[in-house]
Structures are given as C-alpha cells and as structure tokens.
Design a protein around this ligand. Structure first.
Ligand code: SAM
Length: 459
C-alpha cells in the first residue's frame, strides 16, 4: 500500500519505529478540533484534551461540521492535533510580547493562523498569506469566521515580501511538503515520489532563503512540515544554520507523551509520529536569528482619499468597538484595520491584500449595510442591533438561505444568533426579510431529519 522507496527509507531513520508507524498510518485519522477562546468557552462532551494545546480536543467520533451552526459561527475549527503544538512554541519561546508582528507564509486553509491570531493578542498583527488564489479565499473565510480582527490576509509569493526586511518578530513557514505524515489519505500516497521529495526540499530552501531577511534580529523562524523526510526537515534546518548566524532552540516536551526530540548534530526538531502520538505526522523546529538586521520603517503617505467622513465615522462607532484611528475607507467599504493606517498603507503598497482587518460596513448613498465580517467579529457592538436567537432548524435554514419565517423582527437590521453566538444579519422589509448570509458560503447539504443531527455536544 505504501511506496516501496518510502518504507525502505523510514526503516533507516534513527527516530522512527517503522512497523508501529506503518500500522498506525493504516488506521483512521483521529478527529480533533480547536475551540475559539474569543467566542466559545465551553468544552465538548465525550472528548479528551490535546495535552500540548489548551483549546484542543480529540472527539470520540466524526460529527457533521457542515451541518453545525457553531462551526459557521467560528466557535471552533476542525484541525489535526499535532500542528496545535504551536501553543508550546509561543508559551515557551515567544512569551507575551506586545505589538508583535508575525507572518504565516503558507497559511491556507488557516488552522495555524487562527491559533496564531489568538496567541499574539490584541496588540499584535498577523499577516496570513497564501500564494494560491482559490486557497486564499478559503483562508480569508477561516479568518473572518474566527473574528479576531488582528489579521491581514494576503495572496503573495514569498519573493513579493522582499521590501519587508527586518519587519517580523516571528515567521512561520508551514511548508508545502511531500505529505508523508498525511498518508492516511490515499491522495497523499498517490502524489508521493522520491523525485517529488527532492522538488519539495528545493522549494523549501527557497522559501527559507526568502524569509530569512524579513526577520528582525533575535526574531524566530518556526519551520514545520507534515513529512518524515529528513531532507525536508532537520537537513534543511542544518543547511540554514550553516549559512547564517542562527541558533536552533530546544523545547521542553517532558509533559507531552510521545513527541520525539530529533537531535541532528545540535539541530533540534520535534517529530510527531503516528503510533507514538494521536495526530498526523508532523515536524517542527524553531530557529533564532542572531545577526544584525536593518528594519524597514513604514513611511507616512497621503491618505485623504481613505479618510472616513462624519457619517461613516458615526456609523462605525455605533456598530463597532475599535479605536476610530483605525477606521479606513476604500471605495464604499469601511474597515477597522488590524494595524495603524500608515503601516497598513505600507503593506498595501507592497502586497496583494485581501482583508485588512474587519470590514464594518458598506455605504450605499446615505445608508449603511453592516458587513457579515462585523457580525462574526469580536469588535461588534452587539447592543446596537436587535437580536434574534434561532433554534437549530431555523439556523440551518438561515445558513442554507432557504425561505423560512421570522415573526418577531424589529425594523431594519437584525442580528441572527444561535445559542447566543452571532451567525449574520437579516434586514426586515415590511412583512418579509432579506437574508444577508453570504451566498458563496451557504450550506449546500440538506437539513438532517429531526433527531438525526450529528453535531458536537458541549458541556
Ligand atoms: N498552515 C496551513 C494550516 O495550518 O492550515 C497548512 C499549509 S499547507 C501545509 C502548505 C501551503 O503552502 C498550501 O496552502 C500551499 O498552497 C502553499 N504553498 C504552495 N506553494 C507555495 C509557495 N511557493 N509559496 C508559499 N506557499 C506555497
């Protein structure tokens, strides 16, 4: 079932127990989620915690995420557990730094970015990037649902970041790789070849080289893959350290059963091997840049065309809790930026920005339409909208954009919630309402029969 060259190679690898690994790769993937501490503090029933991540949980079976309104509200994100180790990198090596600037270079579909957006706090800024356009749309959707407001989504190649030298405190390269850690999925097996592992090694070296000048002095490069191939893992880190002034950092893994510390001549990496841990295969290593590095300073530029007027400002302040100095208007869209306006303009001039923070509203002549991003974000001033909390069947109807009735609507904009968490807006017009849930996000699956809902149960 597995490629012969792969099984031959892992039998030569010092840290791998090949029989246990291969057996485990034939078993179904564990199901796990990470909850959103900004929205939902409950824990799932029939679940076990992921020891290295406070908000990570293994579920006892696979629910239907698509038919769960709380998934669409951004209360949790389905993710494999090994990659949640990012919590430890921040807890042990980054600490709680104010105004931190972080780049997630290969970010789609966004699992690690949602975690980073929580870890950097409200003063930090995350640039969450994905080079492939269709995947960057999925990434933007994940970030909007998470609703933290401190994230800028871009769609660029690594080489496009060259103007940002010395700008970042931390860069994550969750590199495209040969995917051996995902071999429970047949597609990953079919795509594997020795030749492809070599291509991956070369591409990863390019990404590392492009990213290195962007780190500040003492900044951290976090490098991860989902493969067991040493050429894409510790050997790449060794190559980086030999060429640059850098040190590889160790993490304390004593409390976490099954994680393997890889010591490759003083280069440290952490291997997550199915059979030893509950999760997919994963490798992570953290490197500190010790050389001096000049930093770019965002220059001020004329911004009159992006200024909000009196009416824009009044609406933005009424609908959202954010420093008005961050309000920004482009065309008719008003956004609460993730970073100061000057800094945003600098990023905007250099990168293809898809989302600058949280879109608050769109102006239509003298009227304002609240944006779906606002509904899902932590900066919404909820007291400004009448709230309609739906039962499960109506919530699914709303998310499917079906026709259904809502008898008790106030005039104009109403905020739709499920179990008290925001799902989106409707606008009441006489005896009917318009559903403002985005068409492109609507659920296409059929409503489950009553009593057959297969969704997560919470404490
Ligand atoms: N970090 C993501 C998460 O946790 O959800 C998973 C990232 S996945 C391992 C690697 C990503 O790198 C893919 O989305 C892929 O499209 C992207 N990628 C592919 N080639 C790339 C390149 N040349 N530069 C940057 N990213 C690339």
């Amino acid at each position: 079932m597995f490629p012969e060259d792969f099984t031959k190679r892992i039998r030569t690898q010092k840290y791998i127990d090949p029989e246990s690994l291969l057996r485990s790769l034939e078993e179904p993937s564990p199901v796990s989620i990470r909850t959103n501490p900004g929205k939902w503090m409950k824990t799932p029933l029939y679940a076990e915690p992921v020891s290295w991540c406070k908000s990570g949980f293994y579920l006892d079976s696979r629910p239907s995420f698509t038919l769960d309104p709380l998934f669409h509200a951004g209360c949790y994100y389905p993710r494999e557990a090994s990659g949640m180790f990012m919590d430890q990198v921040f807890e042990q090596l980054v600490g709680s730094v104010e105004n931190i600037r972080v780049l997630d270079l290969c970010a789609a579909p966004g699992g690690k970015s949602t975690q980073l957006s929580d870890l950097i706090g409200d003063s930090g800024v995350l640039i969450s990037n994905e080079v492939i356009k269709s995947r960057s749309s999925v990434l933007a959707e994940t970030i909007i649902k998470w609703g933290k407001g401190n994230t800028i989504v871009t769609q660029n190649d690594a080489s496009d970041f060259s103007a940002l030298h010395g700008y970042f405190d931390t860069i994550l390269i969750d590199a495209p790789c040969s995917g051996e850690g995902m071999f429970r999925d047949k597609i990953a097996i079919d795509e594997w070849s020795t030749a492809n592992t070599r291509l991956c090694e070369a591409r990863q070296k390019r990404l590392i080289s492009e990213m290195w000048p962007l780190l500040k002095e003492n900044g951290l490069l976090v490098y991860s893959t989902c493969t067991f191939n040493p050429g894409e893992n510790e050997e790449n880190i060794n190559w980086l350290i030999k060429k640059n002034e850098a040190v590889c950092l160790q993490l304390n893994i004593n409390s976490f059963k099954g994680i393997t510390e890889i010591d490759f001549n003083g280069v440290y990496g952490y291997g997550f091997y199915p059979g030893k841990i509950r999760g997919e295969g994963f490798f992570i290593s953290v490197i500190r840049k010790t050389s001096k590095q000049d930093s770019v300073r965002p220059a001020s530029s004329k911004m009159n065309e992006f200024k909000t007027d009196k009416n824009d400002l009044a609406t933005a302040e009424k609908w959202c809790i954010k420093d008005p100095a961050r309000f920004f208007k482009r065309g008719e869209d008003i956004t609460a930026l993730a970073c100061p306006v000057e800094e945003y303009m600098f990023l905007f001039r250099n990168l293809t920005v898809r989302n600058g923070g949280t879109q608050i509203a769109t102006r239509k002549k003298n009227d304002f339409l609240p944006s779906h991003e606002l509904a899902l974000s932590g900066i919404i001033r909820k007291s400004s909208f009448p709230i309609v909390d739906l039962n499960y069947a109506d919530a699914i109807a709303y998310l499917r954009r079906d026709n259904f009735s809502l008898p008790d609507l106030d005039d104009s904009w109403n905020l739709i919630t499920f179990k008290g968490v925001n799902l989106g807006f409707v606008k009441n017009i006489c005896k009917r309402f318009n559903n403002y849930f985005p068409v492109e996000w609507r659920i296409r699956m059929n409503m489950p029969e009553p009593g057959k809902e297969n969704i997560i149960q919470w404490d």
